[in-house]
Ligand binder design. Structure first.
Ligand code: 3AM
Length: 177
């Protein structure tokens, strides 16, 4: 199965984010049920490895905290925007949770994640998105800011790749203390 660890978001916030969607030809908007903050992409693993990851994650003790979404931006690949996202306000507790999950994943036998953690909520994937429209979307929404949300658990999601959108299933929720 294909797995990742992340945070799901409350419905009010999903609604707020989905209210931003639209107006960029070439954007594939993420359906609101798929919004999340990825903490650790795990990828394809076999059942016994998934079980080890689950055990390692279940052993974590991390305190509850809040996160706030703020700002809009894009990730680029080869100089082209490929992903439109809402940002996450600087948050040492989120980084602590992420680094504990990273350590747990390595304990369960996964290779170290080499990419820098850049927390975000993907709003759309972009393929040849109309540049001027994308720029004006980012500018118009750059002051986006949502009320803080309580993080009381993190989730191990499975992901089934789909043509339009992937289907994410919450497999296990791990409570924070
Ligand atoms: O949180 P976002 O939407 O940015 O793009 C995938 C999604 O990211 C990413 O993992 C999240 C949940 O599917 N992802 C997919 N394949 C990946 C890979 N090979 C990947 N991240 C890193 N390496």
């Amino acid at each position: 199965m294909r797995l990742f660890a992340g945070l799901d978001l409350p419905w009010e916030l999903r609604e707020r984010l989905s209210g931003l969607a639209g107006g960029i030809p070439g954007a594939r908007w993420v359906p609101p049920e798929n919004y999340h903050i990825t903490l650790r992409f795990i990828g394809e693993v076999v059942a016994h490895q998934a079980e080890e990851i689950d055990h390692a994650l279940a052993a974590l003790r991390v305190r509850r905290f809040t996160v706030s979404l703020t700002g809009i931006g894009t990730f680029e690949k080869a100089g082209r925007p490929v992903q439109l996202w809402a940002g996450v306000e600087r948050n040492p507790q989120l980084y602590l949770l992420q680094s504990k999950i990273e350590t747990a994943c390595q304990r369960a036998g996964l290779e170290r994640e080499r990419r820098r953690f850049a927390p975000h909520v993907t709003l759309a994937r972009l393929e040849n998105a109309a540049e001027a429209k994308l720029a004006s979307f980012v500018q118009a929404n750059n002051l986006f800011r949502a009320a803080p949300v309580a993080v009381e658990h993190f989730t191990l999601f499975s992901s089934q790749l789909g043509k339009e959108a992937s289907v994410y299933t919450a497999e296990v929720e791990y409570s924070l203390v």
